[in-house]
Design a protein around this ligand. Structure first.
Ligand SMILES: [Ca+2]
Ligand SMILES: [Ca+2]
Length: 224
């Protein structure tokens, strides 16, 4: 892309990084290509016809374009022939769970660009974490004409909250500085403990958790 546009995109990325509330709120992982959703997750696959889809109960979607195939500079996520969500340059789309809270979220992110910005929201729609294409597909994101068909830039991205963060994921905000942010198969899930802690650890854990919940309640009261 042109130098000025690139500079603006970089500025947007830096602003996004500064705007996120915490770098250690959770864990980001990614793997090339689409994946099967985690068992028990709530899936938003954007499938349907003519730009229409049915969402899980209580969920809502605003902005973006539901489409199939590739046109006008946007590309279907690699090997995805189904309807997907496309957010064009300067546009924003928001997916909300309707107040349901989750520990983690996965999505298939097509042709990752540095100017694609994903904001993970809590159940009151405050930003928990901001992720861009550079966070998992760098270096090489934005390679015009080459990134849309390379598995390296078409990745299944998962963000999981720390168990002690006291937060829950309640929505996603997608913005794109240029053409385009293409994604599909958003799945929200909850995690469960993988091992049973010792009683003493459990008590300490409980005290810590109680403190966090109390702190969170205090914060919420202040905000409200
Ligand atoms: Ca789909
Ligand atoms: Ca893209």
């Amino acid at each position: 892309m042109a130098g000025f546009a690139k500079m603006m995109a970089m500025a947007a990325v830096m602003a996004g990084t500064l705007g996120s509330t915490s770098a250690s709120a959770g864990t980001l992982t990614s793997v090339a290509g689409d994946q099967t959703p985690r068992e028990g997750s709530v899936l938003v696959d954007f499938n349907g016809t003519n730009g229409r889809t049915s969402l899980p109960n209580g969920f809502s979607l605003s902005g973006g374009l539901l489409t199939t195939g590739s046109a006008k500079g946007w590309s279907q996520p690699l090997n995805d022939t189904t309807q997907y969500l496309m957010v064009n340059g300067g546009k924003t789309a928001v997916l909300k769970t309707g107040g349901k809270g989750f520990d983690g979220v996965s999505l298939y992110w097509g042709s990752a660009d540095s100017f694609n910005k994903l904001s993970i929201l809590d159940t009151t729609y405050r930003v928990i974490k901001t992720i861009t294409g550079l966070d998992f597909a760098a270096p090489g994101a934005d390679a015009w004409g080459s990134n849309y068909n390379d598995p390296k830039y078409n990745q299944y991205v998962t963000f999981t909250l720390d168990s002690l963060s006291g937060q829950k994921i309640g929505g996603l905000k997608f913005t794109s500085g240029s053409t385009a942010f293409e994604l599909d198969n958003v799945s929200f899930f909850n995690t469960s403990p993988t091992s049973v802690p010792e009683p003493a650890t459990l008590t300490l854990f409980g005290l810590g958790l109680g403190g966090l919940v109390a702190a969170s309640r205090r914060r919420r009261r202040t905000v409200a």
